[in-house]
Design a protein around this ligand. Structure first.
Ligand code: SF4
Ligand code: MG
Length: 326
């Protein structure tokens, strides 16, 4: 397994009137080539900021981001601009930030213009190729965004992201604005494209049931931290962090539902400006112990390809190893 992206101790702080907001609070992870890492958590947990920071669409406060072994936090904006071809972003609504007067063809063509790719005479063919690749009829080349339904609009967003032949794409809630019936189509498209083009994804969603099928591994975020990271299968069959268990409780999946421990969370997510001391989940955790309020739990390897930050888990591991030592 070759690592494409490695993130080390990434922090992104924002200065607000109320104080320092630690949107991303010291997280580390890596993504292998051809893999999809799902990032899941409630709104405000820092998952979108993580995605943007990894692409340096926003500058990290601290930490390292290695792309193919190169630390991109040290690159000048010019070098970064060149690298941006390899690293693209798919938004929840690709048109929210776009000129509604641009046709589909113009939207997909724009990256070619910006990067001066291909002779002008070839660009039209390239645009049509991309449209076919994402399952859009080339007849729509002169249509405008408002004339398309949500699913087709997102296909345009995907085509635009693919225009520069990227290696890595951050997909930020790419299906959240779509009807449930359309969601599966777009997810299938992303998976097909991944296989065909060897893409690597970071797939961000507030919805575990959405990231489940597309992700090889899933990182669960809460208040700027990763609390658990493991394979998609483990998240659903062997979740260890109380917050992961609570997220699972919120989605009814009959196949797992009957044997799953149900945890319903009380209260709201605390402000990231004033996160709890100790374990960041301590204000809402049904299993909270005294030390949880003072000491942050270590991030431990609780199994193969499985890391968790919870005192319950690390205490149990310590007990195990002591018993084995006897
Ligand atoms: Fe709950 Fe304590 Fe574990 Fe945090 S460390 S998740 S508060 S049991
Ligand atoms: Mg978001």
């Amino acid at each position: 397994n070759q690592t494409l992206i490695e993130v080390r101790n990434l922090k992104k702080y924002f200065y607000t009137k109320k104080g320092m907001l630690k949107a991303v609070n010291d997280i580390s992870f890596s993504i292998n080539k051809g893999e999809t890492l799902g990032i899941v958590g409630e709104s405000g947990c820092g998952k979108s900021t993580t995605g943007r920071t990894v692409l340096r669409l926003v500058e990290p406060t601290d930490g390292e981001i290695l792309f193919e072994g190169k630390n991109i936090t040290e690159l000048s904006s010019r070098q970064m601009r060149y690298l941006r071809r390899d690293m693209q972003f798919i938004f929840q609504d690709p048109f929210a930030s776009l000129d509604p007067r641009m046709s589909i063809g113009e939207i997909i063509n724009e990256p070619f213009e910006v990067f001066k790719l291909y002779p002008k005479s070839q660009r039209e063919d390239k645009v049509r190729e991309l449209m076919k690749l994402v399952g859009l009829s080339p007849k729509l080349v002169n249509a405008f965004p408002h004339e398309l339904d949500g699913g087709r609009r997102q296909r345009v967003g995907v085509a635009r992201a693919l225009a520069l032949n990227p290696k890595f794409i951050v997909c930020d809630e790419p299906v959240s604005a779509l009807d449930v019936s359309i969601q599966a189509q777009v997810l299938n498209l992303l998976q097909d494209l991944q296989k065909k083009l060897g893409l690597t994804y970071m797939f961000i969603s507030h919805d575990l049931s959405v990231v489940r099928h597309i992700s090889d591994r899933i990182a669960v975020m809460y208040l700027g931290k990763i609390v658990e990271i493991t394979t998609s299968k483990n998240i659903f069959t062997n979740p260890q962090h109380p917050y992961t268990k609570a997220l699972l409780s919120a989605i009814p999946i009959p196949r797992y539902g009957h044997k799953r421990e149900r945890i319903i969370l009380e209260g709201d997510v605390p402000s990231p400006v004033n996160p709890p001391q100790g374990c960041i989940f301590s204000a809402r955790c049904p299993f909270v112990m005294d030390k949880c309020r003072t000491t942050p739990p270590p991030f431990v390897e609780s199994g193969e390809n499985h890391q968790v930050a919870c005192h319950l888990v690390s205490d149990a591991m310590e007990l195990d190893s002591r018993e084995q030592g006897d």
